[in-house]
Design a protein around this ligand. Structure first.
Ligand code: GUN
Ligand code: FE
Length: 426
């Protein structure tokens, strides 16, 4: 693995509340690991090759903590529907097409092409319930340079005739076969167990996935408390549960600190649910674009942060209409402002610093030491060209960074590094 220095205008979170910037600084990568960001290049690194990105922004790579690959090609359609109607009318019929491997190959090529060129260096991805298509997606992802977890989706009820596995037993057996096929096949692409959500999975299937997670030390991702009708339905489906999160807990699918479960949304998670998320060391994937599009609501992220729950940002394509993480940062900030103004004035809006943190180190921590330029972190970096976003002012690096998130269309990714490897350049 190569070692090198990037020279440019560096920005990353020193803490959740504070962004550290260095104008015309040096960022050192040694064998894929960040050795730090410096105003003056230390003597010990003087012999390393310097890539000169003077005038460009250099920021940590971003983690998309929740995205549905098979939904990419129909993003932006059916957006006037709420969750359950949107799933039944658009999502399930679309995902049913992935039974056809040729369809999957083509559709996934559009997703992976754009992901490679996106601000994301890491992603946690839903596929569909189809094993061949999921392996195809993983094969394609491995070539993007993005490091990812990918889930073959489990669903044995309420999917209609075209998108439902025959039984819990079949679903679990297929999952084991998929795991055997992908075991050891990739360097950058890892499997994750993926019960779609409680309405899609019988008790038997949920229990089986909980046991499989323990048996094979596999992580789990799913959806939690996204929409009022969904929450009410889960209460009917699992009457013994005290809340939606407890239903996952009953089936041993909430994970633990070392094997954290990702729960997308948590718009309606109350104190009781927050306690469960915290107790299990779960991650919340905050997907505000999706939550606005499907009229789901606004997740009170500041409350979750104050409670010490782990949080990252997800684009949730196609309920979210874009895979652009800068846009996701902006959406999260705006949603939090509306929550503060319209719902609860004791819950302060998210600051730009805090939200940038969630998109980088917050979600990145799911992958280990990822999402920062502090020493010892894996070297994920984006080199951004903001020179076409003209200004009459002499802007600070911090100001330039903020406005890239408000004007993402005017920002060009010049280079993208994942674990020290240049995976894309314009
Ligand atoms: N809940 C269950 N499946 C889905 C999905 O595909 N998208 C979203 N946003 N929520 C879900
Ligand atoms: Fe989702």
């Amino acid at each position: 693995m190569s070692s090198f220095v990037l020279k440019g205008d560096i920005a990353f979170n020193e803490t959740r509340e504070k962004i550290h910037t260095i104008e015309d600084g040096f960022l050192v990568c040694e064998d894929g690991i960040c050795k730090g960001a410096f105003e003056v290049l230390p003597d010990e690194y003087q012999n390393l090759p310097v890539k000169d990105f003077t005038g460009k922004l250099i920021v940590p790579g971003m983690t998309d903590l929740h995205v549905h690959a098979p939904q990419y090609t129909f993003r932006g359609i059916g957006m006037d529907l709420e969750l359950l109607d949107w799933l039944n009318q658009h999502t399930f019929p679309e995902e049913a097409h992935y039974k056809d491997l040729e369809y999957a190959k083509k559709a996934y090529s559009y997703f992976t092409y754009d992901l490679k060129r996106s601000f994301s260096t890491r992603a946690v991805i839903f596929a569909t319930m189809h094993t061949d298509a999921t392996v195809e997606l993983m094969d394609q992802l491995e070539e993007t340079g993005v490091i990812s977890y990918v889930g073959r989706v489990n669903m044995d009820r309420n999917g209609g005739v075209d998108l439902q596995e025959a039984s819990a037993e079949v679903s679990l057996q297929e999952t084991r076969e998929w795991l055997a096929r992908v075991n050891g096949r990739y360097a950058k692409t890892f499997p994750i167990l993926t019960p779609r959500f409680i309405p899609s999975c019988s008790d038997e299937l949920m229990k089986g996935l909980g046991a499989l997670s323990e048996e094979m030390d596999l992580r789990i991702q799913s959806h939690l408390s996204e929409n009022p009708s969904e929450v009410a339905w889960v209460k009917e489906l699992v009457p013994e549960s005290t809340c939606y999160a407890n239903a996952y807990e009953i089936f041993d699918t909430m994970g633990n600190e070392a094997r954290p479960t990702i729960m997308a949304h948590c718009v309606y998670s109350d104190e009781k649910e927050m306690e469960i998320l915290k107790k299990h060391g779960a991650y919340i994937a905050h997907c505000s674009d999706s939550n606005m599009n499907l009229t789901s609501g606004i997740a009170p992220i500041r409350k979750f942060m104050d409670a010490g729950i782990r949080i990252g940002i997800g684009t949730d394509v196609a309920a979210g209409s874009s895979m652009n993480m800068l846009k996701a940062i902006l959406n999260a900030i705006q949603a939090s402002k509306m929550y503060y103004r319209l719902v609860d004035q004791s819950v302060k809006p998210l600051t730009f610093e805090e939200t940038f943190y969630l998109a980088t180190e917050g979600g990145g921590s799911y992958f280990g030491k990822v999402g920062s330029f502090k020493e010892g972190y894996e070297f994920d970096a984006l080199v951004l060209d903001d020179s076409k976003m003209y200004s009459m002012r002499n802007l600070s690096v911090r100001e330039r960074l903020e406005r890239t998130c408000y004007n993402d269309a005017d920002v060009i990714i010049s280079h993208k590094y994942v674990k020290g490897e240049n995976t894309f350049q314009r």
